[in-house]
Design a protein around this ligand. Structure first.
Ligand code: NBP
Length: 481
């Protein structure tokens, strides 16, 4: 028998993706794993899938119809490189290798260039949705050649999540574009999670409500404009009671957040691109701060306002304010994420359709949310939109949230409750809309100590003040940067 698609790497993600593929009309799936036991388990447990198992990579290649198409789902990094080398040795020009792991996009650019030399197509596909998404329909962000997309597109469309009748997959761009967009997706996910966590903390400490009561608030929010997977699961987590202690689970979980690094990649990459993704960065920093127990213990008696100094006069109004602040801050996080996508596309020469990206995030992935439709609409109305937050719909969101957002950030500061993502999003928003920024003073300082020069508001050219001389201004040859 000949398979039209193969999967290499049969740990949780690979086996679920293979089962998803096999469940779709028209697919016959070849499977291979370095350790045979995993393959054996999969085929034993899922005879209904009709897998074609291979014991060697050669057998795997032989079981695939041409052009051969294989999706790699192994540990990102060395594992991926090892499997690519093995596949290149047994594949032929025109065949397609897809890396569905969480690769760093620069690795994908490197791998694509190397594999292309052999005439084989290489596609770096970001896959979001975790184990469940892999099995039932993930959001897929493939980057690669148009030729590879011809063969791969229909297969990926068959297994992707469906949102409002459309499959959550699109050809993002060439080489690393897919993994780049997946990285930004994860960065936005970090910001979204942190914002939700801050909202929970403010409500709990401000109103004294229990986690179960706050779960009901999130469940209610999930019926409105904040409707999203992350809000939905937040309610589930807050409702959960620990079987051993009878306490809310959230109170027995150690408050030190881990990470696998994609948020860090987003921030590092955005710093290199000069894009202020402050909401995402604060989310990464908040996880780092949480994971410093020795510092936190040493600082725990530092002065600050007492807990009970903070009692909102009208708890219900306060909760609604937090909701509005959450929505506004979330829009900022997405706006920043899309800025990073625009900058990445420009830097690496990708033609990325921003509205399509919002569309494929509507289903399957962790940041799936109702308001993504508004992002798609914003880019459809104005493809050249310079900042998402300036689209009419979002201007309206900002207008409605104004007072509440500022009050919540001020309340948090007065009460000594950390709300780094809320407050940095607001500061970013105010920075963006300011007529004049104190960056003018920074330029003056830079010119003073380093002769870095400056530009003027009233004429062309680059200037320098002779600070250590007579302080007259001269026109400079150099550029101000
Ligand atoms: P793991 O990341 O735990 O990797 C295990 C698999 O990699 C096994 O099949 C293992 O084979 C294989 N492997 C390793 Br390790 N080194 C190898 C090598 N040198 N040559 C060949 N195979 C090798 O699996 P996972 O958790 O299923 O994740 C797979 C990919 O999906 C990763 O890139 C991960 O980052 C990504 N992922 C994404 C999501 C998401 O939500 N999108 C979630 C989880 C994971 P063996 O059986 O022989 O040891």
């Amino acid at each position: 028998a000949q398979a039209n698609i193969g999967v290499v790497g049969l740990a949780v993600m690979g086996s679920n993706l293979a089962r998803n593929l096999a469940s779709r009309e028209g697919n016959t799936v070849a499977v291979y794993n370095r350790t045979w036991a995993r393959t054996e388990t999969l085929i034993d447990e899922h005879p209904e899938a009709g897998f074609i198992p291979a014991k060697t990579i050669q057998e795997f290649a032989d079981s695939l119809a041409k052009p051969r198409t294989a999706i790699i789902m192994v540990q990102a990094g060395k594992g991926t490189d090892a499997v690519i080398d093995e596949l290149v040795a047994v594949f032929e020009p025109g065949d397609i290798i897809v890396d569905g792991g969480n690769a760093l996009f620069t690795d994908t650019i490197r791998r694509e260039a190397a594999v292309r030399e052999t005439g084989i197509n290489f596609v770096g596909a970001g896959i979001s949705g975790g184990e469940e998404g892999a099995l039932n329909g993930p959001s897929i962000m493939p980057g690669g050649s148009a030729e590879a997309w011809q063969t791969l597109g229909p297969i990926l469309k068959s297994i992707a999540a469906v949102a409002e009748g459309e499959p959550c997959v699109t050809h993002v761009g060439t080489d690393g574009a897919g993994h780049f967009v997946k990285m930004i997706h994860n960065g936005i996910e970090y910001a979204d999670m942190q914002l939700i966590a801050e909202a929970y903390d403010l409500i709990r400490r401000g109103t004294g409500k229990s986690p179960a009561e706050i779960a009901d608030i999130f469940a209610e929010w999930n019926k409105g404009e904040l409707e999203s997977y992350l809000i939905e699961i937040t309610a589930e987590v807050l409702k959960q009671v620990d079987a051993e202690t009878g306490k809310p689970l959230v109170d027995v979980i150690l408050d030190q957040a881990g990470s696998k690094g994609t948020g860090v990649w987003t921030v590092q990459t955005s710093l290199d691109l000069g894009i202020p993704v402050s909401g995402i960065a604060e989310a990464v920093f908040a996880r780092s701060l949480s994971s410093k127990p020795a510092q936190r213990a040493a600082a725990s008696s530092l002065p600050g306002p007492s807990e009970d100094a903070f009692k909102p006069a009208d708890p219900e109004a306060f909760i609604e304010g937090v909701r509005l602040a959450l929505y506004a801050s979330k829009v900022i996080a997405y706006s920043q994420g899309f800025d990073a996508i625009v900058a990445g596309a420009e830097q690496y020469g990708w033609d990325i359709k921003k509205g399509d990206i919002a569309k494929i995030w509507r289903g399957g992935c962790i940041i799936r949310a109702r308001f993504l439709n508004r992002i798609t609409e914003a880019y459809a109305e104005n493809p050249g939109l310079v900042a998402l937050v300036t689209a009419p719909f979002f201007v309206d969101v900002m207008a409605k949230a104004q007072t509440a957002w500022r009050n919540v950030v001020a309340d948090a500061a007065h009460a000594g409750i950390p709300a780094p993502a809320f407050s940095s999003s607001l500061a970013y928003y105010d920075g963006l809309r300011a007529d004049r920024l104190p960056a003018a003073l920074v330029q003056g300082q830079r010119d003073f100590f380093g002769a870095h020069t400056y530009k003027r508001v009233d004429k062309e050219g680059t200037f320098h003040t002779l600070w250590s001389g007579d302080r007259s201004e001269i026109e400079s040859e150099g550029s101000s940067h």
